[in-house]
Structure formats: structure tokens, C-alpha cells
Design a protein around this ligand. Structure first.
Ligand code: HEM
Length: 586
């Protein structure tokens, strides 16, 4: 009887009921945990759809900068999200855990979400995982990887000459060309084998195009290292845009039907990089090759019509012997050392992450260095002068291809300043690096923030802090990372301190315990390629009046950066003597 009355009333007044419920939800959001005291867009305090829309428009870093300029050090970007611009906040925030948000980042493998080094929210798992693989990324390991980088860099120099100097009147889509480079280097370092982008000058298996679409899909959901970093089998439909609203992920990629189909092996949207990784692993692990062959057999009997990957080896294949230790061999060594923890899946996860995390980010950073140098001829000429002076002094060991070693690059202070300044002005990650406050709440930069709140800083904002970097933060001025010559005593100490503080606030690789593990590898690539390319070529804009275009889909990717190349005469050491290869004079 009562139930009937309620149902009748609801049916009669459904519009008012829905309106009241939505209103109550909005009011609850607005006053959630007392966060209403923080300024920000009114709509952002009501719903996460504001964030979705902002990220969907692909320039959220511009919005974030404008909001902090208007509102100050703390801005509310969502009902439960605070953005901090105060550098004081960094230390506390990057000691906190990653929250549920990063679970969205986990890919689905046979129906199960797979945490990776990047996406895990379990501190203990992260600590163990990182400990297993850390030594593979140490500065000391760089020496072992340098020959891999050399191979691809030499090929890149040769191909640049062939494609863009010899073939006259050919302009270069430089960002894309650098991405091909970054993909191939990471392929060599990880598997001792390139994907073949630079050789063929083409997007092998559509990997770059796929990645672009993938980022456009995932950015509105959350930082898209997402499916990337955890990605043996990326089951992502790149056509659907969802929101900075993690729960939507459950309707799409982690819905029960999809998960079940994946578990039964009826869906296999295995990304080409993952196939490549698995093939390389199987070459080295005969037992894995056997299980792959068995799986293929099972699939064909399941009437799975998807063609077997040509990359998948057969069980008969002999294991490949790797001469120089690459990343995969180190991950496999970790599997030997910790079989209880480091499973085949984790090895593969790590290997695939390398391509995802290390290609786009490195290409973006390389593009920035060249773009800002070309836009600021004063700095470009100064860098050329530094390189030529070093060449005249006989600093370099290679006077034929122009290749610069890591060790040689570390003797070039202006190069170092240019790279840092490019990182400062254009950090690859363009959203907040989010963390979650602990249950009891925590004080961040003088503010008590309740438990369960999403907090974060954006490198785009921290890197433009005028108190730290100076009033000309929008300018490309590498000198801000160099102590001016001729200073002495206290004045010199003051300047040294300023430069130290600036270095300490660069966060293009993140901060704290979850900082980028591949930092040294990307630095190896950047500090070698930039001087090598500049020694060898004169680079110009195809059209100096044309600005590049920027799309912030978590990674802030550039396009329309079109250049032309001319050969430069390699400057020889004074006195004409060329040092024997590998015996550089320092
Ligand atoms: C210039 C190039 C690069 C940039 C700008 C960059 C940036 C970042 C950032 C900002 C994070 C932290 C994300 C967060 O806190 O949410 C990160 C994490 C990570 N990066 Fe990089 N990265 C670069 C190159 C690489 C390379 C070359 C690799 C692999 C070879 C790599 C592998 C990773 C991994 C595995 C993590 C997760 C680390 C953890 O949580 O312990 N990155 N990267």
C-alpha cells in the first residue's frame, strides 16, 4: 500500500525527483570535505566533467597556468582534486601514494587488470618490483647501452643525410623523425634489435599512429602512460573518449563482458610492440616459445580467426645468445634471481613499458630542444660555437660521422643548459602527477588537506615559478642554468645556490619514489643526439613564420615542426691531427 503510494508519487513527480537528486549530488560535491574553501572554476567544484572537457580540448596546461595565475597557490580542479603550484608542496605530495586513478592505467591481460611499475598503487609491490629492475637503469649501466645508442644514432645521421640532404627539396617532419629515432633506440637497448623505423622511414606496424590515437583516448581518463606502461596486451579502443573520471573505465575497458571475452582469449587486441616483446622473449626462453605455440594451437581450435603473429617464433627456434647485456637480458636475470616475484608477465610488462614510456617522451623532449634552439638563433649559434671549439680542441673521438659520446657530451656546459631549459619550458607530461592523501589527512604547504583527496603538481606550473626561475620564465634562456663567469666570493655562492635550486625544481621526470626509472636512458639519447646532429647538419625551419602545434593528451606532443637540413663541414682538431677513435682528449 505504502509502496504503491510512493511509486505513484514518483511517477507523477519524476522530473522533480531527478532534479532534487542531481541538485543534492552537486551540493554534496561542492562542499565535499570542506574543499569549497579553495578557489577554482565553479563548475569544477560541482563535477569532474569540467576536467573531462578541459582535457578533451587538449590544452589543459594552459588552463592550469591561467587558473594558478588568477587564484594563487592552490586551485580546485574537481570536487576532490587540488592542484598546488607552491614548490613547498612537492616534497610532501611526492612522498604520497598513487591512488585509484592509476588503476585505470592498468591494462587487461586475459581478463585480469595487470599492475605495472608505473600503475601499481601497492607500495610493497612497487618497492619489490623497482628493486628487482633498478640496477638495469643505474647510471653505471649506461656504458653498456651506449653502443646500442651509437648504432641507431649513426644510422639516423646517415639516413638524415640521404633522405633530407641528398634528396633535395625534401622537408622533414622533425617530431615524427625524432620519434622514429627514439623508438628504434629503445628497441635496440631493450632487445638488441630495432623495430626498423629509421631504416624504412615509415611507421612500422602503425605503432606511432596507434599511440597517438591511444593517448587521445586515455588522456581524458587519466595519465595515459596508462595502458602504455602496463601493456603486454593493450585492449584499448582508441575511438571512444571518456573522461578524467576513472569510473568510466569500468564501463569501457574493464566492463565484465569485455573482461570475460579477454579471459577466454576471444579478444586479442595485442599491440604490435607487445608482440615484438613477446617474440624477443621467446627467442631467449625456449619454454616461453613452447607455451606461445601451444596457445596459438588452442586459439586456432577455438576458431579464432585472427592470424598468428608472424613475429611469434616456433618452439623449435634456438634461444638467441645476446652478446652485450640489453634491458631484456637484465629483466630475465632478475627473473632468475627472484623467480618468486619476477614472473614472465612482469618481465614482459617491463619490456613493453620501455617502448611506451621511453619513445614519445624522449621524442617530445628532443623536439623541444631543437625547436627552441631554432626559434632563438642566439642560443643556437652559441651552442654551435661550443661544439666547434670542442672539436678544435680535439675533445671528440669521431671526426667522420659526427657522433658524440656520452662522456664527451658531459664536457659541454652550454649543451647541458640548453637541454635543461628545453625540459623546463616544455616538460613532456602535461597533467598533474596525481597522488592521494592518507586517510587521516595531511598538511601540504601550510594547508591541512583531508584524507582521500587527490593532490598534485604540474611541471608546466612549477617550471614557470618566477621566484625560482626568474621573471623571464616564458623565454628560452639556457644561461639561467649556468653560474655567470667572473663572479667571486659571496656573489658567486649566491648564484651557485640559485642554479642549484633551479636544478632541484625541474620535475620533467617526476619526483619522489615514483620518479622516472628511465631518466638516465633518455638523457643518454638526448645528450648524444643533439650535439651529433648539430655537428653534422645545419638545421632550419622550413617556414620560420609557421609555429608548431601542441596537443596535450597527457604527453604534450608537437606537430608541424618541419625542418630542412644542410650538411655542415665537420670541424677538425687544430693542428689537423684527428684523435684515434675512442681516445678523445679531455
Ligand atoms: C625524456 C624522456 C622521459 C620523460 C620526460 C619521462 C617522464 C616520466 C614521468 C614524469 C614519470 C612519473 C609519472 C608519475 O609520477 O605519475 C615517469 C615514470 C616512469 N618512466 Fe619515464 N620519462 C622519460 C623516459 C623514460 C624512458 C626512456 C623509460 C624507459 C626506458 C621510462 C620509464 C618509466 C617508468 C617505468 C616509470 C614508472 C616508474 C615508477 O613508478 O617507479 N621513462 N616518467
Amino acid at each position: 500500500m505504502i509502496l504503491n503510494t510512493i511509486i505513484t508519487l514518483l511517477a507523477q513527480h519524476w522530473a522533480a525527483v531527478v532534479f532534487s537528486l542531481v541538485l543534492a549530488w552537486l551540493v554534496r560535491n561542492r562542499y565535499h570535505n570542506g574543499l569549497n574553501k579553495y578557489p577554482g572554476p565553479f563548475l569544477a567544484s560541482l563535477t569532474d566533467w569540467w576536467r573531462f572537457w578541459d582535457v578533451y580540448k587538449q590544452r589543459p596546461e594552459v588552463t592550469h597556468l591561467a587558473l594558478h595565475k588568477k587564484h594563487g597557490k592552490v586551485v580546485r580542479l574537481g570536487p576532490n582534486v587540488l592542484s598546488f603550484s607552491d614548490p613547498e608542496a612537492l616534497k610532501v605530495i611526492y612522498g604520497l601514494n598513487k591512488g585509484d586513478f592509476y588503476i585505470v592505467q592498468q591494462s587487461v591481460v586475459k581478463g585480469t587488470s595487470l599492475p605495472s611499475l608505473f600503475s601499481t598503487t601497492d607500495n610493497d609491490f612497487h618497492m619489490q618490483f623497482r628493486r628487482c629492475v633498478n640496477s638495469a637503469f643505474a647510471m653505471s649501466a649506461l656504458v653498456q647501452y651506449e653502443p646500442f645508442v651509437d648504432n641507431t644514432t649513426k644510422l639516423f645521421l646517415k639516413q638524415t643525410e640521404k633522405l633530407y640532404v641528398d634528396a633535395k627539396d625534401t622537408a622533414c617532419d622533425f617530431t615524427r623523425w625524432l620519434q622514429f629515432y627514439a623508438f628504434d633506440v629503445i628497441g635496440e637497448i631493450t632487445y638488441s634489435k630495432r623495430h626498423g623505423f629509421v631504416e624504412k622511414n615509415e611507421d612500422i606496424d602503425g605503432i606511432v599512429a596507434y599511440l597517438t590515437k591511444l593517448f587521445l583516448y586515455v588522456a581524458p581518463v587519466g595519465p595515459p602512460l596508462s595502458s602504455l606502461i602496463s601493456n603486454p596486451r593493450v585492449n584499448v579502443s582508441p575511438n571512444k573518449k571518456i573522461g578524467q573520471i576513472p569510473i568510466l573505465d569500468k564501463w569501457f575497458l574493464k566492463n565484465p563482458i569485455y573482461l570475460t571475452l579477454s579471459e577466454w582469449g576471444l579478444i586479442d587486441a595485442t599491440f604490435p610492440v607487445a608482440k615484438f616483446a613477446r617474440a624477443r622473449m621467446a627467442e631467449r626462453l625456449p619454454e616461453l616459445a613452447k607455451s606461445d605455440a601451444a596457445e596459438l594451437k588452442k586459439k586456432s581450435s577455438n576458431k579464432d580467426k585472427s592470424p598468428p603473429s608472424p613475429l611469434l617464433p616456433t618452439s623449435e627456434k634456438a634461444p638467441v645468445v645476446v652478446k652485450s647485456p640489453d634491458l631484456l637480458s637484465k629483466f630475465l636475470a632478475a627473473r632468475e634471481a627472484r623467480p618468486d616475484f619476477m614472473t614472465d608477465t612482469l618481465v614482459q610488462t617491463m619490456a613493453v613499458s620501455m617502448a611506451f614510456a621511453g619513445s614519445e617522451t624522449t621524442a617530445i623532449s628532443l623536439s623541444s630542444v631543437f625547436y627552441f634552439l631554432l626559434r632563438n638563433p642566439r642560443t643556437l649559434n652559441k651552442l654551435y660555437a661550443e661544439l666547434d671549439a670542442a672539436a678544435r680542441k680535439g675533445v671528440f673521438s669521431d671526426y667522420e660521422s659526427g657522433l658524440v659520446t656520452w662522456h664527451e657530451s658531459q664536457t659541454l656546459p652550454y649543451l647541458d643548459a640548453c637541454v635543461k631549459e628545453a625540459f623546463r619550458l616544455h616538460p613532456a607530461a602535461g597533467l598533474l602527477l596525481e597522488r592521494i592523501t592518507p586517510a587521516g589527512g595531511i598538511e601540504i604547504a601550510g594547508e591541512f588537506v583531508p584524507g582521500g583527496t587527490i593532490v598534485g603538481c604540474s611541471a608546466w606550473i612549477i617550471h614557470r615559478n618566477e621566484d625560482i626561475f626568474g621573471s623571464d620564465v616564458e623565454e628560452f634562456r639556457p644561461e639561467r642554468f649556468i653560474v655567470p663567469p667572473g663572479l667571486e666570493g659571496e656573489e658567486r655562492e649566491r648564484e651557485e645556490q640559485k642554479v642549484k635550486v633551479r636544478n632541484g625544481h625541474l620535475m620533467q621526470f617526476g619526483m619522489g619514489s615514483r620518479t622516472c626509472i628511465g631518466k638516465n636512458i633518455s638523457l643518454l639519447e638526448i645528450y648524444k643526439l643533439v650535439p651529433s646532429l648539430l655537428r653534422r647538419f645545419e638545421i632550419q625551419f622550413d617556414d620560420p613564420n609557421r609555429e608548431w602545434e601542441i596537443c596535450n593528451a597527457w604527453f604534450v606532443k608537437q606537430s608541424n615542426f618541419i625542418t630542412r637540413f644542410k650538411l655542415r663541414e665537420l670541424v677538425k682538431p687544430e693542428g689537423g691531427g684527428v684523435p684515434a677513435a675512442g681516445v678523445a682528449a679531455h
